[in-house]
Design a protein around this ligand. Structure first.
Ligand code: PHE
Length: 344
């Protein structure tokens, strides 16, 4: 029975050492499962009791009970001490908290001005019952020109300096007007859509021209659509975006896909007697528009006896530059942090 006595002593010393070195709750829990749980060392010692003679049981029974009581008490005391010291440490931390310390500035992202303007424009048109339409930026000759009543070799193609791809008949769309045709082919009539998106033109860049810019296309097809629907829509939109009661001026123009075609100017939202934005003319050119040419409707399979429509194309990049007073278009894609930070 010497061995059981030795085992009791060993339990006592290993348990004490383990407990002393347990410095957090996780370690403490590990000590508990190793020594005191149902599958722990203490239970194993207790198990041995039933193999002993009555005489030995009399000696070791009380000893083992004592050991059990002692180890459980010691464990509880140690646990309480640990919790207390953790609380004290937390309290000390709070007492030494420096309320005057400065936080290092956090970097916050912001939306790009073009995204801002796109969201505003979309909200205005959605409130008027429009849907958002979309189309590819790599277009076919058919959608960018042919279906819009601009046949091959027609001089009107010169209005759009085009980036042609190496693959025949493919190009980077020069305007968002091809989305008109996609929308007419896809959607049911009547139809009211806008399509904000990127366009590409093969031209030299300066403060007001870039080879990449954004347009906003609008298209409404219904019965009895007239020029006054177009003008009222444009006016409602422009007043909502500039938050001002602006005057509109309409000039005759030419686009192969609208007949009649017009260009719309607005009174400068930034001045009353001329400024650099309106080049001291008081008027700003803002969009091209017109009634959809019957050939365009026919190309999309629409009955021109029954339906008519209007379309408009705003320079969305230009709108952003006007609303945020951006004086160089190239800043928009410069990736300059100092520029972008202004729009947070
Ligand atoms: N797509 C024309 C352009 O890029 C603008 C426009 C759109 C004109 C719709 C009339 C109707 O200049």
């Amino acid at each position: 029975m010497k061995s059981l006595q030795a085992a009791l002593n060993e339990f006592k010393s290993t348990f004490s050492t383990a407990l002393q070195s347990a410095s957090d709750e996780q370690a403490l829990e590990h000590v508990r499962t190793t020594f005191l749980s149902r599958k722990g060392h203490l239970s194993a010692l207790m198990e041995q009791l039933k193999n002993l003679s009555i005489e030995e049981k009399r000696t070791f029974g009380p000893l083992l009970n004592e050991l059990k009581q002692w180890s459980e008490e010691t464990f509880t005391i140690h646990k309480e001490q640990l919790i207390k010291s953790q609380q004290n440490a937390e309290l000390a931390k709070q007492q030494h908290f420096d309320v005057t310390a400065t936080m290092p500035g956090t970097l916050r992202g912001s939306l790009h001005p073009l995204t801002h303007i796109k969201q505003q424009v979309e909200n205005i048109f959605i409130s008027m019952g429009y849907q958002i339409a979309d189309g590819p930026e790599v277009e076919t000759d058919y959608y960018n020109f042919e279906s819009l009543n601009i046949p091959a070799d027609h001089p009107a193609r010169d209005m759009w300096d085009t980036f042609w791809l190496d693959i025949p008949s493919l190009l980077l769309r020069t305007h968002t007007s091809p989305v008109q045709v996609h929308a007419m082919e896809k959607k049911q009539l009547p139809l009211a859509v806008i399509a904000p998106g990127r366009c590409y033109r093969h031209e030299a860049t300066d403060a007001t021209h870039d080879f990449l810019f954004m347009q906003l296309e609008g298209l409404v097809i219904d019965t009895n659509i007239s020029m006054s629907n177009l003008l009222a829509t444009c006016k409602a939109f422009l007043q909502a975006i500039f938050k001002k009661d602006l005057k509109m001026r309409v000039r005759p123009s030419y686009f192969p896909f609208t007949e009649p075609s017009i260009e719309i100017d607005i009174t400068c939202p930034f001045c009353t007697s001329g400024c650099s934005v309106c080049k001291f003319s008081r008027w700003i050119e803002i969009c091209g528009a017109g009634l959809v040419h019957p050939r365009v409707l026919q190309a999309a399979g629409i009955d021109t006896e029954k339906y008519s429509g209007f379309a408009f194309g705003f320079g969305l990049t230009r709108l952003a530059m006007l609303t945020y007073s951006i004086n160089d278009i190239r800043l928009l894609h410069s990736g300059k942090i100092e520029f972008l930070e202004q729009f947070s």
